[in-house]
Design a protein around this ligand. Structure first.
Ligand code: UDP
Length: 328
């Protein structure tokens, strides 16, 4: 029986990936320090005898060495993410993202197992060409602006993974995840959609930052999990970088209106200046669209569950279910 190691396996994407690999008959080991992930995310997995949770930090040599034993594949998702966290604690972000990836790659290399490193659309920085393609040149903002520490740390992670592939033959794959959403995504770390849904269900104003004209492309976590699994299963994916997401673009203002409509909420929209939301000198990214030609051509990836109505419906149902549990 095959075994996969999922770092950040108790997180939002990691827990869905754990569930999917368990359902496919794999043994799954998750490593998570539970700093942003949770046991609740693993409610299904924890009851499965093929699932093991190692509570620890991937930056810890012993933890990663132990977790990696007997693995046939590795997915490295553990990272500090969420703009709010990144801006509040840039040092922790840089250290966790860089050291964690170094540790995972170092331990995976002698095993020669397919190792997928999660990167982010944030590495497209101040892109002006849309949709953005994996080979596009990248321009970041200045390190004096807090958000770019995250992009830098992930661009370094990408280079490191590719270097391990080239120099030591590690079958490494890099995936740039665009805005991924769905049930279990926490409302705590600033991500827009779970926040809007929580606000709408509570009858609170929806906090749109800026004038809401900025756009994003949201992909359902189920599609993202399918994309990750397909890449891991494709030997020709190694040594390469892939966008993974849904190319359909929506403005944040339209998103807020869609959430209000879907919930039947009486909430209004409250426009909040970026500086007030993220602190002085914040630099917003106004647009981000993935070109998914490469992943589509290689593994036939296409979003199936990422229509915005489906996404919002699933998140609303999940948050409503939690509200019922909380008040029960
Ligand atoms: N955003 C917003 N209100 C919020 C949280 C976020 O208007 O309460 C905006 C944010 O400024 C950005 C978009 O929603 O334009 C997506 O934000 P998120 O943090 O989810 O992802 P990222 O900025 O990393 O794409």
């Amino acid at each position: 029986m095959k075994k996969i190691l999922i770092t950040g396996g108790a997180g939002f994407i990691g827990s869905h990936l754990s569930d999917a690999y368990l359902a496919a008959g794999w043994n799954v080991t998750a490593v998570d320090d539970l700093s942003t992930g949770s046991r609740e995310n693993l409610a299904g997995a924890l009851g499965n005898e093929r699932f093991e949770l190692i509570e620890g930090d991937v930056c810890d040599d012993d933890v990663t060495a132990r977790a990696m034993r007997g693995c046939d594949a590795v997915v490295h998702l553990a990272a500090r993410i969420g703009l709010k966290l990144v801006i509040e604690s840039p040092l922790k972000t840089l250290e966790a993202n860089v050291k964690g990836t170094e540790m995972v790659l170092r331990h995976a290399t002698p095993l020669r197992v397919p190792t997928l490193i999660a990167s982010t659309s944030e590495v497209y920085g101040l892109a002006t060409k849309f949709p953005s393609n994996e080979d596009d040149p990248i321009t970041f903002g200045s390190p004096t602006k807090g958000r770019w520490s995250y992009a830098c740390s992930k661009a370094y992670d990408e280079s490191l993974a590719l270097a391990h592939h080239r120099e030591s033959g590690l079958p490494a794959i890099v995936v740039r995840l665009f805005n991924t959403v769905g049930p279990r995504q926490s409302t705590r770390y600033g991500m827009v959609l779970p926040r809007f849904v929580r606000q709408a269900l509570a009858g609170e104003p929806l906090t749109v930052y800026g004038d809401g004209a900025q756009t994003r492309c949201f992909g359902h976590v189920r599609d993202v999990v399918r994309g990750i699994a397909a890449l891991l299963d494709e030997p020709r994916a190694v040594g390469d970088v892939f966008n993974l997401g849904n190319p359909a673009e929506i403005s944040i203002r339209d998103l807020a209106e869609a959430v209000i409509a879907a919930t039947g909420s009486t909430s209004t929209i409250e426009y909040t200046p970026f500086d007030r939301a993220y602190g002085d000198g914040f630099e917003e990214i106004m647009k981000r669209i993935p070109d998914i030609t490469k992943i589509s051509a290689l593994v036939g990836f296409r979003p199936q569950d990422s229509a915005i109505g489906t996404i919002i419906g699933d998140i609303v149902a999940a948050q409503r279910a939690l509200l019922v549990t909380d008040t029960a």
